[in-house]
Design a protein around this ligand. Structure first.
Ligand code: SDX
Length: 428
């Protein structure tokens, strides 16, 4: 059935088609709006605007549903591994064993970075924010792999995707090692994706880090839960940059920059700092809730609220359970977990949060697990960028392959000064 909507403007009636998605979502296709009516739409923050159609991730924010290529996140978090989920997101279905093996081999082969990267790492102050290094070095991949600046065939794309997905963890580990003055640890081709990352983060030349299965599983799960999330701020940035036909590395580097913001991926750092402030005694959970409700405080309960989820973020539910399990398995009693649970309980009973449907999001519990694994707070958002990399790659490719894709160029409504003449400086 071809649904339409009618718009009446200045006594004229205009009709526009309604697009329906496979899950029943509806949108007005306004591609012809300006040419027919002379009007554009205005939607600050794009809360009501779809930027594209996509077959990668589906979210039902009211029901707390998240699926990658149709598969519920709960099943993937329990049964899959990050590399398999990356393949699912990028290539559109679950891989067969030989496909997964080939992709794993590509990731292993591409784990090392060019030796000359060390001159770049060496140029950063040890206090450099790891997210700044992450975006800079991902962009620098184009200098060492110029053959992927203009993308060729499917084989070239798979190689470029594998290089980016593999090297992003080497870059992250090296940024961490640089910040603590420890030697870079080369990737070990005998180790799988997450274990290799932990090895590069925590081994010493004379002392190989032993990867506990529980820790490897917990980090696999964290990366799976972060792997994609529709058209969030950083993914939309990757698409925006990619729409100019900029290469995959440049687009991903831009995604890292957008993710860094405290309202987005940077929230996982803010959550930990908030919990630590409470633990140190400066703040109480009740005080946090009061400040979060007080508009004049400029304070937000970090890790709470979401543009799409008006119910529990399913990832937060999984991470909350995982946090308890990992800490128990590791015999760690982290007071911050108890404080987080207290905060959650208080907020979920508070009318301000209830009225605004503010629930814990993916960032609320993730930091507690990463802290238990030994990942420092300033690396939390870097971990988010590693997890989100397959989603960025998949979304970039989906747009790249769309024959109808155009360079993204939003319009505006001008509210500045009307026309005026230049005034020579002596007359100002
Ligand atoms: C991520 O988009 C994605 O999918 C993102 C992400 C992904 O996987 O890519 O899920 C990852 O970024 C998760 C969000 C991490 N950020 C935080 O935890 C920061 C704290 N949360 C907020 O700043 C906020 O909830 C956002 C940024 C997440 C959402 O912002 P919106 O959709 O613009 O909502 P809003 O700011 O318009 O808030 C609506 C109301 C406002 O109150 P009123 O003006 O209606 O009275 O809710 C209030 C806000 O003041 N509010 C909060 C709050 N979040 C929203 N009040 C106190 N504390 C909060 N955390």
């Amino acid at each position: 059935m071809n649904e339409t909507v009618k718009l009446i403007y200045r006594d004229k009636t205009f009709e526009f088609p309604v697009v329906t998605g496979t899950e029943g979502e509806k949108a007005i296709d306004i591609t012809q709006l300006r040419s027919q009516t002379g009007l554009i739409t205005l939607d600050s923050g794009y809360g009501n605007t779809g930027a594209c159609t996509s077959a990668i991730t589906f979210i039902d924010g009211d029901k707390g549903i998240l699926r990658y290529r149709g598969i519920p996140i709960e099943q993937l978090a329990e049964k899959s591994r990050f590399v398999e989920v990356a393949w699912l997101l990028i290539f559109g279905r679950l891989p067969k064993q030989d496909e997964l093996d080939r992709f794993s081999r590509r990731l292993t082969a591409n784990a090392p970075i060019h030796e000359d990267f060390k001159y770049h790492f060496g140029g950063f102050p040890t206090s450099a924010p790891p997210m700044a290094i992450q975006s800079a070095m991902i962009n620098t991949l184009a200098c060492f792999h110029p053959q992927f600046i203009t993308l060729g065939d499917e084989e070239a794309f798979e190689e470029a995707a594998a290089r980016l997905l593999s090297k992003v963890r080497t870059i992250a580990a090296y940024a961490y090692r640089r910040s603590i003055g420890r030697p870079f640890i080369y990737p070990d081709p005998k180790l799988k994706y997450v274990a290799n990352f932990l090895h590069m983060m925590f081994s010493m030349p004379y002392d190989q880090y032993v990867v506990e299965p529980e820790i490897e599983h917990a980090l696999n799960q964290i990366l799976i839960l972060h792997a994609d999330h529709e058209q969030n701020c950083s993914t939309s940035t990757v698409r925006m940059v990619g729409s100019s036909r900029a290469n995959l590395f440049a687009s991903a580097a831009a995604g890292v920059c957008a993710l860094w913001g405290p309202l987005h991926g940077g929230a996982n750092v803010e959550v930990l700092e908030q919990l630590e402030a409470i633990h140190k005694g400066g703040l109480t959970p009740q005080k946090c809730i009061e400040m979060a409700k007080d508009k004049t405080s400029g304070f937000r309960l970090m890790g709470f609220g979401h543009r799409i989820y008006k119910n529990f973020d399913p990832r937060a539910k999984i991470l909350k359970a995982s946090a308890e399990k990992v800490l128990n398995k590791l015999g760690i009693k982290d007071p911050l977990l108890d404080i987080a649970m207290q905060l959650e309980q208080l907020a979920l009973k508070d009318q301000y949060f209830v009225d605004r449907k503010l629930y814990p999001n993916v960032d609320f519990y993730s930091g507690i697990i990463m802290r238990a694994i030994g990942i420092p707070v300033n690396m939390f958002t870097v971990m988010f960028s590693i997890g989100r990399m397959p989603g960025w790659i998949a979304q970039w490719k989906e747009q790249h392959d769309d024959p109808n894709a155009r360079i993204a160029r939003p319009r505006q409504i001008y509210v500045g000064p009307t026309v005026q003449d230049y005034v020579p400086i002596e007359n100002r």
